[in-house]
Write a protein that binds this ligand. Structure first.
Ligand SMILES: N[C@@H](CCC(=O)N[C@@H](CS)C(=O)NCC(=O)O)C(=O)O
Length: 199
């Protein structure tokens, strides 16, 4: 299998962590590409030219981190990172995964907006996306997150926190969110997290 990534991408990090947790890393060649430069290999396989994109075992391209993670979870060994579909636990994990992804999506929009020339930036969007990112983090703080429960929900929430700290160093996500602070630092001690820290 082939996985297109960038090393700072939080969505790609999620997939890399899942691959490690499921013992699949040796079967996956990681290829660093430039999505914003329309890397030809990526353009050929993903119509919206984003990382992560996985070329699965049968050669089929998988384009979005949730579907890639679910595919790898079914393929690999060890404990399930996604409980059986339809169960109460599955819904709990999916909700956490979605909140983590929502926080990340707001954060990615902010990065792109802030990369525009200063006179073209929209203060309105920056304000809205910052507020929404904070709300997603507040919603996560209110959840029962535990570093002892490794699943797609806890993995996504933890990588979102780390990435926001990495990409938005001026944004204080820690004050008022003590449960998230303890959770994120405990998750980052796992080998799969240490091996994929954003750079
Ligand atoms: N929903 C996608 C989001 C992926 C995404 O936003 N990737 C970013 C990098 S972090 C990207 O490749 N952006 C390039 C672009 O949008 O042109 C997922 O979960 O995989």
């Amino acid at each position: 299998m082939k996985l297109y990534i960038t090393t700072p991408s939080p969505f790609a990090r999620k997939v890399r962590i899942v691959a490690l947790e499921k013992g699949l890393s040796e079967q996956i060649e990681q290829v660093v590409v430039d999505p914003y430069g329309n890397a030809p290999q990526l353009l050929q396989t993903n119509p919206v030219v984003q990382v992560p994109t996985l070329i699965a075992k049968d050669g089929l391209p998988l384009n979005d981190s949730p579907v890639i993670c679910e595919y790898l979870d079914r393929l690999g060994g060890g404990d399930d990172l996604l409980p059986p579909s339809g169960s109460a636990d599955w819904l709990r994990v999916k909700r956490l995964e979605t909140l983590g992804n929502q926080a990340l999506e707001m954060g990615v929009k902010l990065v792109l907006e802030k990369r525009r020339p200063e006179n073209e930036r929209s203060a309105m969007w920056i304000e809205r996306w910052t507020t929404n990112m904070g709300r997603a983090l507040d919603a996560l703080e209110a959840e029962d997150l535990s570093a002892d429960r490794i699943d797609l929900g806890s993995i996504t929430a933890a990588i979102a926190l780390t990435w926001i700290g990495f990409r938005h160093p001026d944004y204080d996500w820690k004050t008022g969110r003590p449960k998230l602070v303890a959770f994120q630092s405990a998750m980052e001690t796992r080998e799969s997290f240490k091996a994929t820290f954003p750079q």
